[in-house]
Design a binder for this molecule. Sequence first.
Ligand code: 3HC
Ligand code: NAI
Length: 696
Amino acid sequence: MASVTYEIVQNVATITVDNAPVNALSHAVRQGLSDAFARFENDPDARVAVVVGAGRLFLGGADISEFGKPSQPPILPDVINQIEACSKPVVAGIHGAALGGGLEVALGAHYRIARAGTKLGLPEVKLGLLPGAGGTQRLPRLVGLDPAIDMITSGAPVLADRARDIGLIDRVDTGNDICAAAQAYAQELLQTGAPVRPVSGLGVQQADELLADRRAKLAKTARGEVAALVALDAVDAATKLPFAEGLAEERRLFLYLIDTPQRAGMIHAFFAERAVAKLPEIKGVAPRGFARIGVIGGGTMGAGIATSAVLNNMRVTLVERDKDAADRAHATITRNLGSAMKRGKLDQAGYDRILNDNLRTVVGYGALSDADLVIEAVFEDMAVKKEVFAELDRVLPQGAILATNTSYLDVNEIAGATSRPADVIGLHFFSPAHIMKLLEVVVADKTAPDVTATAFALAKTLGKAAVRAGVCDGFIGNRILSHYRAAADHMVLDGASPYQIDKALTDFGFAMGPYQVSDLAGLDIGYATRQRKLATAHPRDRAPTFADALFHAGRLGQKTGRGYYIYDSDSPKGRSDPELEAIVTQARSDAGITPRRFSDDEIVHRYMAAMVNEGARVVTEGIAQRPSDVDVVFLYGYGFPRWRGGPMKYADMQGLDVILADIQGFAKDDNHFWTPAPLLTQLVAEGRNFDSLNKA
Ligand code: 3HC
Ligand code: NAI
């Protein structure tokens, strides 16, 4: 139950917001704050006020669950104006985090003190919004334009020390009772007769050139996302208009963003990310220990996984086949750590500690006798994997967890190579494993709940978003990928160029198109997958013979300098290759296909319909727990534009009837590939959407 309390001791009124878990500024809290500050203003015994948050943080911002509903007064900008207009000083005592509207409340106070380590930020753009309670008007006045634009357009928080350095807060407190520290600060202000100090009264820098420069940079990286650019418009207004008018302009732009589908998509992503961890099977189940990690194989994935673990203070023993391979793995991890230092993720002491104490690269499994959890990342070959797991079964202590990073293979079969299938699980990392946030946790038939709980705990330690997946070929992400990738390949066979497809999809907002992805991953990977699936292929499946031709020509993608694109020093990101057309034309004529034109719109419709259709099947089969889990997989593992919320949210926003009609239309030419998923048909018939299943 939300409450705002008012307590007075020695002329200091302490106003405490208590609204677990994050003190969101819900209607009740806004009303409570407004009442408390009205009382303070009229309380002759109160000469200074302190505002603090109960529990683990100051204020987590506006109540996100209220967005999209009619707003109930008092609205936050008015409450903050009321705080700022108090005739007696107000001190914000900040701990844990002050985010969004929470930081805006602090900006409405006259003085700010924060506990060391506190995060202060305006993350609204990550929700498709802008700071709508004065943040875009007060922050530039308080800290100057440059740092304000950084915070507002990136959404990234700053820590208390940095906040003090830029003038966002007045003091950093190193104790652990922020309320007492803020009260002491208030007493000090009282003794010195410190005045009220409204931020709105400060001047603001005029800098059209700076704004134009930042706008141009943002436009380049926005990939269709509008919030940061609109937020910059609000900052622009701060530099040109008197405070009250700037505030009105900010409100207008905020209300505009509130109504955009981008806001709906990004807030869906926010809740989807939090829903993934809600797993009834591990509720209340204690995880096992995982301080000592083993990694088998130090290639692309093994080295990345090891990097991720050591960067998060775990001890890692990496086992390779021979000394050369072990040395190569060590060199790759050392390089990764060097880049982490450059990005400010690691200091010299941490780097030295990892290389001296926390990382061993060895040959032979003997070194794993005290490992808590071992992640296998050897070649994608069932026979090799089984051999490795049989060996692990022999050497690992009882209670250790045996995990596989396989992309497609049957985790039940791998578990069957051991005498302890309950301890076996899939941990499917994405490349590069120390950077990509997604981790699919593949729960096999016999996996014990505390093993699953450990996988989720490990993901949290590694800073990754873990999504539970069931066993099938490719789990959630790669299974759906195989399907929409086939839809793209069909379009190439029927007349679209891979370049047009990549362009249409990057214009849609994807980080990369499917053929750019192929070049990055290596065309040998796709070829090997197709070969593996040959035995189970249906006679009506359409093979991407042009992709096989590229593979046989040794055009494996970036690693060979040529795949769908050409990569050289002039074009490290790839440029189109005039020879590709001939290869694709040959494949079409071999298959007796007369090519036709595709519009960009049709490309997007076919690609998305395939993705959503297979997503629906994955949900029906229980491979994904809920549609929003599919969304999280695509947002974190496949470069899906966050502002669209994920493929299933996209489908809801388009209307499932529209997606179904598309599939039925495409089926007129190919009713083998384009069969509507029964779940999709059922939801359309019932007038429901995917989101109704998230809430079920
Ligand atoms: N409103 C409503 N619910 C919120 C919330 C918010 N602002 N922030 C978090 N929650 C909910 C979460 O959904 C979660 O609910 P659940 O337990 O039912 O899943 C619960 O609070 C705990 O959240 P986390 O699991 O994220 O807790 P953490 O301790 O890991 O993180 C946090 C805490 C850093 C505050 C993180 O929750 C967070 O980043 N929250 C969002 C902050 C934000 O974006 N604020 C800006 C809001 S927009 C705004 O203020 C507009 C203004 O300018 C007008
Ligand atoms: P890779 O070929 O780069 O590395 C494999 C490494 O395993 C090699 O260094 C090899 O020497 C070593 N190895 C082979 N047998 C071994 C053994 N018996 N003992 C110790 N080491 C052994 O392969 P990559 O790309 O790292 O893939 C590894 C696994 O991760 C595969 O199952 C793959 O499907 C999966 N994966 C790959 C992704 C990618 O993008 N490359 C993404 C996600 C999963």
